[in-house]
Design a protein around this ligand. Structure first.
Ligand SMILES: NC(=O)c1ccc[n+]([C@@H]2O[C@H](COP(=O)([O-])OP(=O)(O)OC[C@H]3O[C@@H](n4cnc5c(N)ncnc54)[C@H](OP(=O)(O)O)[C@@H]3O)[C@@H](O)[C@H]2O)c1
Length: 346
């Protein structure tokens, strides 16, 4: 399908990833030209090949290191970039060195993209939208915290020193909190930068990839959680208690790029859930899910036994429409079952 109109060119980092892929699709469908960043030429070509109908609206630029300002010079060289979506950040729980593998690329990468917009953007960049996380909002020390509802006023209070020694999930959460804090501090220190910042803070992102996945070997850590329930004897217990659909996360990024009132704002994009609710919805709709997902305790879940999230600001300010949990559960599992079938044949 052809793009409705050309709204200008935006730069999308992390475009080769799960969330970034949906952001690229949403941007193209909304009428933007998109310049993706990738670490290598082959990765750039792979990402571009996922959007065959939009070849004329896609370009790529190689950014070998997101923490090095000069890496971005070529991305802005033609003076066409009017907005930036920064989705690149390590999301891995397989970490040897918290600083090298998580904290440095997340935090330095976050301020480097802002420096790059200022230095190379030629005054054309109007807004930067960054993919932060509910991990930057939730306080892991508070545990289940029943009765509490998290929203954009809340911050994960973790410090750099604690993050350096923390286990990988806590260190990942810290990388998101410290990166987002660093971005807001940069913006405060550069009131004349000529562009504004908005951040999107989703909890676990579920929902489909923007393109057909051929296997389940390189899934994003959040999709791994749903993939791991297939053929498992039990339904996982509570962890973050909240999720967002990959498609609504992408839509929120594009809205945050465009809505004037999003300037200077963070948005918690997400809804409450329990794994039992996902399993119930998938089993009800998909015969294959009935065979391969555990039954658990059907209908036995309530968001009242732990903290809740309030994702209503994204609806009020951005006009975001949330999908249903059934849409997310069904579309995720359809894609995972298909990928597993392809894997089994290969
Ligand atoms: N999935 C979730 O549940 C969730 C929830 C909240 C926020 N987020 C955020 O959403 C963003 C994307 O996550 P995802 O789920 O899409 O994970 P993903 O599929 O692993 O994608 C991560 C993206 O970031 C890039 N990246 C990672 N480390 C990098 C580095 N050191 N230098 C350059 N690029 C790097 C990757 O590039 P390569 O392709 O080159 O590796 C990839 O494009 C991240 O900012 C993540 O924190 C995700």
């Amino acid at each position: 399908m052809a793009a409705p109109q050309n709204k200008g060119t935006i730069l999308v980092t992390g475009a080769g990833g799960y969330v970034g892929g949906q952001i690229v699709r949403e941007a193209l469908e909304s009428g933007y030209s998109v310049r993706i960043t990738a670490r290598t030429e082959s990765a750039a070509a792979r990402t571009i090949s996922r959007y065959p109908s939009y070849a004329a609206s896609l370009s790529s630029t190689i950014v070998p290191d997101i923490t090095v300002l000069e890496s971005y010079a070529a991305a802005f060289a033609d003076g066409s970039i009017v907005g930036i979506i920064h989705a690149a950040s390590p999301f891995t729980l397989n970490v040897e060195d918290n600083v090298r593998d998580l904290l440095d690329p997340a935090v330095k990468g976050a301020t480097t993209i802002l420096e790059a917009a200022l230095k190379y953007g030629g005054g054309k960049v109007r807004r930067v939208v960054s993919t932060s996380s509910f991990a930057a909002i939730v306080d892991p020390e508070k545990g289940l915290n029943p009765g509490y509802s998290y929203d954009e006023k809340d911050w994960n209070p973790v410090t750099w020193d604690a993050a350096v020694k923390a286990p990988s999930l806590i260190a990942y959460a810290a990388s998101k909190a410290l990166a987002e804090r660093a971005m807001w501090a940069w913006v405060d220190a550069h009131p004349d930068a000529g562009f504004t910042l908005a951040t999107i803070c989703p909890p676990w992102v579920f929902g489909p990839y923007a393109y057909e996945i051929q296997d389940t070997k390189t899934l994003s850590e959040s999709v791994v959680l749903l993939n791991n329930i297939i053929d498992s004897p039990s339904v996982p217990p509570f962890d973050f208690g909240a999720y967002a659909d990959s498609r609504e996360v992408a839509a929120a990024h594009i809205l945050a790029l465009e809505v004037p009132e999003a300037a200077g704002q963070r948005f918690l994009v997400g809804q409450n859930f329990r794994y039992q609710a996902i399993v119930d919805a998938a089993r009800e709709a998909l015969p294959e899910a009935r065979e391969r997902l555990p039954v658990g305790k059907v209908g036995d879940w309530s968001p009242e036994d732990a903290h809740r999230v309030d994702g209503s600001k994204a609806t009020k300010v951005l006009g975001l429409k949330y999908l249903t949990l059934k849409d997310t559960a069904v579309d995720t599992y359809k894609q995972l079952f298909k990928a597993r079938a392809l894997e089994a044949k290969a």
